[in-house]
Design a protein around this ligand. Structure first.
Ligand code: APR
Ligand code: ZN
Length: 356
């Protein structure tokens, strides 16, 4: 089957033939119908993260189950969204009701499948979903109601679960609260959509260039502010001089985390969704931490339980209460995925979704 593979740090990804392993006990084979290009995939390519190579990219996808191993918990024909952090349900965090912090998650994955040359391939976040097919443990797929467009379903698996969870579960945004979202890629735009759906007002989008303004407004932002040194001041001007009740940081850089901190009010909350680099240190004044009484939190996979929350999001989309169309700016074949990585590096557009 064809898959998007990167052979080393900084290399340009390309389409390659990959042989998947057979479906073992508890595994399923999924024919991927749509897969999004997420910044975490770019981080696998550009060295922000340090995965093993060669690596099949992709972790945000939807498809249909075509084969099940013994004991798999889904059936052939099920429409599913892939889950890149399947909880074990047994570790301390899972038992505490924090499955997004499952001790099993985030481990480097063993190679899965091989190139036609015979070389073993690794798969991004246990999935490798920018591919015609995946073979994964059945707890890494979540059945969703049939009939949703595959491109929209795909986004549920990363950008939307992450962003909607950050807004509703981590930040617990309430109607009437002010929210500023910094970084308007697929994740940030999904956070704007979720903040509006939660009744927040104003909802302020922040990104580097004015080019993101129209996307922000289409996603429900009431205001757009360019990301520069004056951004916190502009946000205070839009929020009664105080600063926002909530900042949702969707870039993953120390500079934008600091800016998010300064853009929130005394007693406000910064929720960090962006995944940054290990050596990018955030510096905050000890006095300001005390005096501002702000909270700094991170939101891993939206503090969500995908088994519970993915079907709920799919139902909201089907019912028309969650409009995700503004997130998709490019629908492309697999061969065009390398261009989507280049666009993302330049900060252009929202999500590119590969349709198979
Ligand atoms: N200020 C404001 N916006 C910025 C800045 C900055 N200093 N630097 C980059 N951005 C914007 C980019 O212009 C782009 O619009 O952040 C956005 C990032 O979007 P994508 O690259 O599409 O990333 P996305 O997939 O949305 O992921 C965002 O969340 O899950 C994590 O690993 C992921 O850290 C990444 C973040
Ligand atoms: Zn992702």
């Amino acid at each position: 089957m064809k898959a998007l593979v990167v052979t080393g740090k900084g290399e340009v990804p390309s389409v390659a033939d990959v042989v998947l392993p057979p479906v073992g006990p508890g595994d399923v084979r999924v024919r991927v119908r749509a897969a999004g290009v997420c910044h975490s995939d770019l981080s696998m390519v550009n060295g922000t993260l340090a995965p093993s190579y060669p690596l099949v990219l992709g972790h945000e996808a939807a498809g249909m189950v075509t084969e099940v191993g013994a004991g798999a918990r889904v059936s052939v024909g099920d429409e599913v969204v892939l889950n890149w952090a399947p909880p074990c349900r047994e570790c301390w965090h899972c038992v505490q009701g924090e499955p997004w912090l499952c001790a099993d998650g985030g481990r480097p994955s063993a190679p899965r499948g091989h190139l036609v040359s015979g070389e073993a391939t690794h798969v991004t976040l246990g999935l490798g979903a920018l591919a015609e097919e995946v073979v994964v443990p059945s707890h890494a797929v979540v059945p969703v109601p049939a009939g949703l467009p595959a491109d929209v379903s795909a986004l549920l698996g990363c950008a939307v679960l992450t962003a909607a969870g950050a807004v509703n579960r981590t930040a617990e945004v309430r109607p009437g609260q002010s929210v500023v979202v910094i970084g308007l890629g697929g994740v940030g735009l999904a956070a704007l959509i979720a903040a509006r759906a939660a009744g927040a007002d104003p909802v302020i989008g922040v990104d580097l260039g004015k080019a993101k303004r129209d996307l922000a407004l289409a996603a429900g932002a009431t205001d757009f502010v360019v990301s520069d040194d004056t951004m916190p001041k502009a946000v205070r001007a839009l929020t009664g001089g105080r600063g926002a009740d909530h900042a949702i940081e969707c870039v993953g850089r120390s500079a934008t985390i600091s800016a998010a901190w300064r853009a929130t009010r005394r007693g406000g909350q910064v929720t960090v969704v962006g995944m940054g680099a290990r050596d990018d240190l955030v510096s905050l004044s000890a006095l300001d931490i005390f005096h501002s009484a702000r909270t700094l939190r991170s939101s891993v996979y939206g503090s969500s339980d995908p088994d519970r929350d993915l079907p709920a999001l799919a139902t909201a989309v089907a019912a028309g209460s969650l409009h995700l169309e503004p997130l998709i700016t490019d629908r492309i074949p697999l061969e065009a995925a390398p261009d989507a990585f280049a666009r993302m590096s330049r900060g252009e557009g929202a999500r590119s979704v590969v349709l198979f």
